[in-house]
Ligand binder design. Sequence first.
Ligand SMILES: N[C@@H](CCC(=O)N[C@@H](CS)C(=O)NCC(=O)O)C(=O)O
Length: 322
Amino acid sequence: MGVLVDGVWQDRWYDTAASGGRFRREASRFRNWITPDGSPGPTGEGGFAAEPGRYHLYVSRACPWAHRTTIFRALKGLEAMVGLSVTHWLMADEGWTFAPGPGVVPDAVNGVTAIHQLYTLADPKASGRATVPVLWDKVRQTIVSNESAEIVRMFNGAFDGVGARPGDWYPAPLRDEIDALNARIYDTVNNGVYKAGFATTQAAYAEAVGPLFETLDWLEDRLSRQPFLCGASPTEADWRLFTTLLRFDPVYVGHFKCNLRRLVDYPALWACTRALYQWPGVRETVNFEHIKRHYYESHRTINPTGIVPLGPLLDFEAPPGR
Ligand SMILES: N[C@@H](CCC(=O)N[C@@H](CS)C(=O)NCC(=O)O)C(=O)O
C-alpha cells in the first residue's frame, strides 16, 4: 500500500490524522472519455475513439469500483474488444501487483509488475494513489481514465456502433432518478462502508455507520415495492449498488464493522443482490477468494493477524423471486 510522489513510489497507509480520524477518498486524476468518434467527452481531452482492440482494462477482482467496470464489460459484450488484466488480491508494499496466483491475469500489454508503474508510464511525474480500475489506451500509450463511474458510462454507450451488445443501462428518461440514487448510494453505501472501516476514531466510525444503515433501510423499502431501484429492470444504479452489497456480509459486516444488520436481514436487498449475481455474465466477474483475501490480508492495521474468516455461508444461487 503506498502512494506516488513526483513519480516515485512510497510505501504508506492512509493518513487520517489530519481529518479527525476520517477516511477521505482522493479524486481520480485521469478523466478522459472514449467516445464513438474520438470527440472530447464531458471532461479531459479528445482523441480516444471507440475502436475494438485499442483499449485494455486493469482491475482487481476484489475492488468494488473496478468490479463495476468488469460488469459493464460483460453486460455490453465487450470481452473481445477490451482486454483485461487482473491483479493479485494482496495489496502490500508495492500496492496492486501481478504476483502469480490463482485468478491473476498478468499484463501482456505493458508488461508491468505493479499498477503504480502504469501511472508513471502515463506521467513520469505522477503523484497520488495508484488505484484500480485503470483504462489504458494502447495507441496513445496513456491512461484514458481511472474513474470507474465514468468508465461504466463509456462502456454503456461508446462501443454501440462497433459491435457492443445492445442495451442501455442509463436511459435518458431515467437519468435524473439514477443520478439521485447514485449520489446518495455513493456517499453513504459504496464509500460509506470504507468511511466506517478506515475510521480511526469512534466518532468518525459512528458518523459513517448511521447514514449507511439509514440508506439501506430506505433502499429495502423501495425494493420491497419493485424488483429493481428504478422499476422492473436493473439500471446503472443497481449495478453500482450491487458491488457493495455482494461484499457486505463476507467482508463489510465483520472487517469494516458495518454490523447493525447483515444483508441477509434485508429480504428485498438480498433478493435483488441474488438476481443481479445470477444475471447472465455477471457471476463470472465475481471472485470471492480475491474479495475476502484482499480485505482481510491487506489491511493489517485493521486485521493484524491476516486471518480470513471461513464464513458466512451464503447461497447466491438461491432463486431470487424477482
Ligand atoms: N474513484 C476511484 C476509486 C478506486 C479505488 O479507490 N480503488 C481502490 C481499490 S478498492 C484502490 O485501488 N486503492 C489503492 C490505494 O488507495 O492506494 C474509482 O471509483 O474508480
